[in-house]
Design a protein around this ligand. Structure first.
Ligand code: ADP
Length: 477
């Protein structure tokens, strides 16, 4: 069956077909997905525009019920959709199911948010006048999403967009469109025609057409810094609001007084789980002198026990890399690290499993310096490096010495250092004795510097992007 694009409530074929391949077994085709072209993108935007007047005026309780129904169906189908997710993306089944649950919960959270859209009334400086501040939907919002959270990211963009009265055109990642397609199919049965539209295909064609359309009001993007920078320019040229979530080079600081077991757990999970393919992954382990050697040995001991295998196989802890291109990038950085003089202390080999897939043993570099490319550029794979530092002050300086600023973590039992780090880490997320990756769905998510641009996503803060403020002055006569 060909999975088609959704334009104005109709499922339509595209101009080409993408084969969605299982990275745990490249002989397994997860499905065929239509590729849209620029004309279909414009048609989808026009349908979303046509649906906007009625959707934005739909009573909040009705909107809440529809979003809640979508959330309930996603939750009820968590096993099936979790399996699909793990099959197309390669994260272990428990993580695939976990992500689907998260997507369902996000819809339910924003269902309730429909009822909480409050404004403000403020006394005017002029006698007799009332000032009212309200929020209105932005209009038609374009959503461009990456492959690494193929259910959660579409959900955390679609749900707030819809809750606050916008209509949407979603362009999921070409590599893993299956989870987004399944969620959109649920949306299509629960929402009026045209409120949610889906156009699949290449970023350079479909994403570009969406972002550059003069008929789109706002764009929310998650992906690479390179594409994000380009889209910021495109949005500026067409004067549309934009929100960009991009990469990370997240530090996990381990201080001498850390609980070693906690620190190793945080590092293993943060650096290698989900194959390191998270923008919040801990790729720089910044470790103080007195604990350094114990930490490195405990890391290696834990790493050799990691089960790297088929995402759907019971017991797998680390699934495959998502595709050949990403695998080539991971291997290239492992080579770069060696050439830069870092010591490959563990892993980095290609692995053979029962099925053909992109299996890579998680890799740890030691004896690295902050200037090395492996410590400055986002690798997006199961590769981490240890940077040895003298004390907390140097650790903080090294942690902040990066163009990125998404997540940062510290393992310590010192309240003083934990508090200082929480305040001085130049990142949008700070974790104390917790992995840098792994966040709640009801609180803001986002970073600083090259990691993020525009308002925060998720939780109630999502309304900054998905609404626009109106100030009304009234003289009651
Ligand atoms: P990743 O490394 O996660 O694939 P990308 O930034 O390449 O990061 O892709 C993230 C999303 O952006 C995907 O849906 C992709 O198709 C889309 N995309 C890529 N290039 C462009 C572009 N020039 N314009 C709009 N969207 C794009």
């Amino acid at each position: 069956m060909l999975h088609k694009n959704l334009i104005g409530g109709e499922w339509v074929e595209g101009v080409g077909v993408t084969r969605n391949i299982n990275p745990s077994n490249t002989d397994d085709v997860v499905g065929e997905y239509a590729q849209a072209d620029a004309a279909q993108v414009e048609a989808a935007i026009a349908e979303a525009r046509a649906a906007f007047a009625s959707w934005s005026a739909t009573p909040v309780e009705a909107r809440a019920d529809m979003l809640d129904a979508i959330g309930n169906e996603i939750l009820a189908r968590k096993e099936e959709l979790g399996r699909l997710l793990s099959r197309e993306e390669g994260k272990p089944l428990a993580d695939g199911i976990g992500e689907v649950v998260r997507a369902g919960r996000i819809f339910k959270f924003f269902a309730a948010e429909c009822l909480r859209l409050a404004g403000e009334t403020i006394p005017s400086t002029r006698p007799g006048i009332q000032v009212e501040i309200t929020r209105e939907p932005v209009g038609v919002v374009g959503l461009i999403t990456p492959w690494n959270f193929p259910a959660a990211i579409p959900a955390w963009k679609m749900a707030p967009a819809l809750a606050y009265g916008n209509t949407v055109v979603l362009k999921p990642a070409e590599l893993c469109p299956g989870s987004a397609w399944a969620i959109v199919e649920i949306c299509a049965r629960n929402l009026p025609k045209g409120v949610v539209n889906l156009v699949m295909g290449k970023g350079s064609v479909v994403g570009e057409a969406l972002a550059s359309s003069p008929h789109l009001d706002a764009l929310s993007f998650t992906g690479s810094v390179e594409v994000g920078r380009h889209l910021a320019e495109v949005c500026a040229k067409t004067m549309k609001k934009c929100q960009l979530e991009m990469g990370g080079k997240n530090p996990l600081v381990v201080l001498d007084d850390a609980d070693l077991e906690v620190a190793v757990n945080c590092a293993i999970q943060g650096a290698f789980y989900q194959t390191g393919q998270r923008c919040t992954a801990s790729s720089r382990l910044v470790v103080t002198e007195a604990i350094h050697d114990r930490f490195v040995s405990a890391m290696i001991e834990a790493m050799v026990k990691l089960v790297v295998d088929d995402a759907l196989k019971p017991g797998t802890q680390i699934g495959p890399v998502v595709d050949q291109r990403q695998l080539d990038q991971d291997l290239m950085y492992i080579e770069i690290g060696k050439q830069e003089g870092a010591r490959l202390a563990c892993g980095g080999e290609l692995l053979t499993r029962a099925t053909p897939g992109f299996y890579l043993q998680p890799a740890l570099f030691t004896d690295t310096t902050p200037e090395m490319r492996i410590n400055r550029e986002e690798i997006f794979g199961p590769v981490a490096s240890v940077i040895r530092v003298k004390d907390y002050e140097e650790a903080l300086a090294v942690a902040n010495d990066t163009p990125y600023g998404l997540s940062s973590g510290i393992c310590t039992r010192s309240l003083k250092y934990a508090q200082h780090f929480k305040r001085h880490a130049q990142a949008g997320l700070v974790m104390v004795n917790l992995p840098t990756a792994g966040v709640d769905y009801h609180v803001p998510f986002g970073g600083r510097k090259a990691s993020s641009y525009g308002p925060r996503e998720q939780g109630r803060y999502a309304l900054e992007f998905y609404t626009t403020v109106k100030t009304a002055y009234v003289l009651p006569v």
